[in-house]
Design a protein around this ligand. Structure first.
Ligand code: 28F
Length: 660
């Protein structure tokens, strides 16, 4: 438990029952769930589990819990158990003046638990860190078992309302809390099904950030005779973020250039501030940098990352000059040069963390710039002086990157005046639209020339542009950046979108407000989607961050009479298909053909089903989706067909309704 000094020091003096700020019942949570968990989509659903687990993690940080077990149950509920102290059994006055058991108050009163009450139980860092009562309010039912002082008490709630008194369940020598809840389908209207991978990712992250905590994650949902085994992962990392860096290199298939992961840490116990950094260098061209504040991911960076970045740039330049690897006339290495191949995890803790930006993914506290900068300036510089061999390897990597960048600049010039574009900067294959205002326009990236043809004929050319894609899209996960400019599959896309890529990316030059990937609903289509998303993630990330990238959703079936007469319907799911078959009376003369590809639809059908803004559905892709693509892409590379298939099957999100 090396990575938090906050709770251990704040906690003990303020853990009396009075630390709870009692505000109100849970109706506000049910009325406006988004205010408390961000959204009621799949993301909000998973947030429920994080909220409960966070409480166990806090108990671990306080030094009282070593093991957390998370289980997904066949009835759609999830449970979390910890071996902490359990909640004190006293009584607590509520706002109506009655006395209730402390655990009941904690679980059934909004903002109870002290998170917002100043120096209470935990240091609030959470975007929606409002705790267990919110989860209770959004659950069809919610049960907890509180083991403490020899007794295990239990209580049940339904839709946030007390459904049973605080009752003794059994005697026990154990201590800790157990919470089990079923998300309310009245609230989570899109889905109430937990995704194993999404939860695993977050639980693993928490296990890395809280070194030593053992998190056991089990999926008991598909237990039956055919499948008697439960899926279980034990997440336990004594090495904390140092192990996290090693793990990231493994999953990204990046080979370390130096043997060590460099670890640095500083803490200020009087301001309750700490920073921990682990880093190493690999043969990759891309940096992999993950940052956190109060154990919350900050994918959009912020002050801690800025402090880190400035320190790395300065230290490496200083060392390079000192070792004579940069001569007097040589230009300084830039941030891009020194970040190539860097794998780093930055984890800071502070009071009153401010999370900024639309998705609250960026740390705003100015103090963290200096705090992290000073740590990394001192410790990294010390490391490089003590390890001259490693210093040479790292500096060499950066100077090579500097040269490649100069070469890329030349290649980029060549693209700007490329013979492909014949004087104009637009690719020849692009069928542009009339409208010029990006807010109003759409660019379809279409797999294959024949579907491209239908899309061109069917589109509304006032605002819809079509760019057919030829052949396979380059996998940018493992190529040097300057190669991207020479690539025939990507150059037309870069030109059509208009913003450039990488360091010269300029969103104000964006030519289309929506960029819609339209590919078949089969394995090849999935592959193209993944490659394109990886490309956007690596080279045009802002487009993802600002929600410009979408996936088209073509229909899977056409349901019609074999006579060809009468009405016909397009179905986007198996259920829809069956519904139409039934509606048309069923029987032998009803056909339901599966579309093998977009190319099978004629122009009108393609427009009506997939492109018409009035009737289509398109799926917006966010940064996390694309990040998962890029991480997983390395696993797909090479000739490992079984694992590729397995991946695609498991990622139904990007590869709905396959033909495998
Ligand atoms: C499955 C989810 O929620 N674990 C928790 C504790 C421990 C204490 C606590 C929690 C009491 C009065 C607020 C115990 N002993 N797991 C969990 N473990 N909450 S939640 O206290 C809450 C305070 O005001 C705990 C001494 N102090 C705190």
């Amino acid at each position: 438990m090396n990575d938090n000094i906050l709770n251990t020091s704040v906690a003990d003096e303020s853990y009396g029952n009075d630390a709870i700020t009692v505000l109100k019942g849970l109706e506000p949570v049910r009325k406006r769930p988004g205010m408390y968990i961000g959204s009621t989509s799949e993301r909000g659903l998973h947030h429920l589990v994080y909220e409960i687990v966070d409480n166990s993690i806090d108990e671990a940080l306080a030094g009282h819990c070593t093991e957390i077990t998370v289980i997904l149950h066949p009835d759609g509920s999830a449970s979390v158990r910890d071996n902490g102290r359990g909640i004190p059994n006293g009584l607590k006055e509520t706002d109506d003046g009655s006395m209730r058991p402390t655990p009941e108050v904690i679980f059934s009163v909004l903002h109870a638990g002290g998170k917002f009450g100043g120096k209470g139980y935990k240091v609030s860092g959470g975007l929606h860190g409002v705790g267990s009562s919110v989860v209770n309010g959004l659950s069809e039912w919610f049960v907890y078992e509180n083991s403490r002082d020899g007794d295990c008490f239990t209580q049940r709630f339904e839709r946030g309302k007390v459904a049973s008194d605080y009752t003794l369940l059994r005697k026990t020598d154990e201590t800790g809390l157990y919470v089990r809840f079923k998300p309310d389908s009245e609230i989570f209207t899109q889905t109430t099904t937990f995704d194993w991978k999404t939860l695993l990712r977050r639980l693993r992250e928490q296990a890395f950030l809280n070194a030593g905590v053992r998190i056991i994650f089990r999926d008991e949902r598909c237990l039956n005779e055919q499948n008697p085994e439960v899926t279980e992962e034990v997440l336990h990392y004594e090495g904390g973020i140092v192990e996290y860096v090693r793990y990231l290199n493994e999953v990204n298939h990046n080979t370390p250039l130096i043997p060590n992961v460099i670890y640095m840490r500083n803490e200020n116990t009087s301001t309750f501030t700490y920073a921990s950094v682990a880093l190493t260098y690999t043969n990759s061209y891309e940096p992999v940098v993950y940052s956190f504040a109060n154990n919350i991911s900050t994918p959009d960076g912020g002050t801690h990352e800025i402090g880190f970045r400035n320190a790395i740039v300065r230290v490496i330049n200083e060392r390079a000059r000192a070792l004579g690897l940069l001569k007097a006339d040589d230009k300084n290495l830039t941030y891009n040069d020194v970040f190539e191949g860097l794998t780093a995890v930055i984890s800071v803790g502070l009071q009153d963390a401010e999370f900024e930006g639309q998705t609250k993914g960026r740390l705003g506290n100015e103090s963290m710039k200096v705090f992290v900068n000073r740590l990394v300036s001192d410790k990294f510089s010390e490391y490089l002086q003590e390890h001259p061999e490693d210093a040479k390897i790292i500096i060499n990597k950066a100077t090579t990157a500097q040269k490649a960048r100069a070469a890329a600049e030349k290649a980029r010039e060549a693209v700007r005046v490329s013979p492909l574009s014949k004087g104009s900067t637009l690719p020849g294959k692009l069928a542009d639209c009339q409208e010029k205002r990006a807010e109003l326009t759409e660019l379809y990236l279409v797999e294959g020339d024949s579907a491209g043809g239908s899309a061109k004929d069917g589109r509304d050319s006032r605002f819809q542009a079509i760019l057919p894609l030829r052949g396979k899209v380059l996998n940018v996960e493992k190529v040097a950046p300057h190669k991207v400019y020479g690539n025939l599959s990507l150059v037309p896309i870069i030109q059509a979108i208009g913003c450039g890529i990488g360091d010269e990316f300029d969103i104000s030059k964006l030519r289309y407000g929506k960029i819609i990937i339209m590919a078949d609903a089969d394995v090849d289509g999935s592959h193209i989607r993944i490659l394109l998303l990886t490309f956007f993630y690596r080279h045009m990330r802002r487009l993802l961050e600002e929600g410009h990238i979408y996936l088209a959703q073509p229909p899977l079936y056409r349901v019609y009479r074999s006579s060809g007469k009468g009405e016909s319907y397009f179905a986007f799911t198996d259920e829809e298909r069956d519904f139409y078959i039934k509606q048309m009376g069923g029987g032998n003369n009803i056909r339901a053909d599966r579309y093998k590809g977009l190319g099978e639809m004629n122009a009108d059908e393609l427009f009506d089903t997939t492109m018409d803004p009035a009737t289509r559905t398109i799926q917006r892709v966010d940064v996390t989706d694309a990040q998962i693509c890029s991480e997983t892409l390395s696993l797909l590379m090479g000739t490992d067909v079984p694992s590729r298939k397995k991946f695609i099957e498991e990622n139904a999100r990007f590869a709905q309704n396959l033909d495998v």
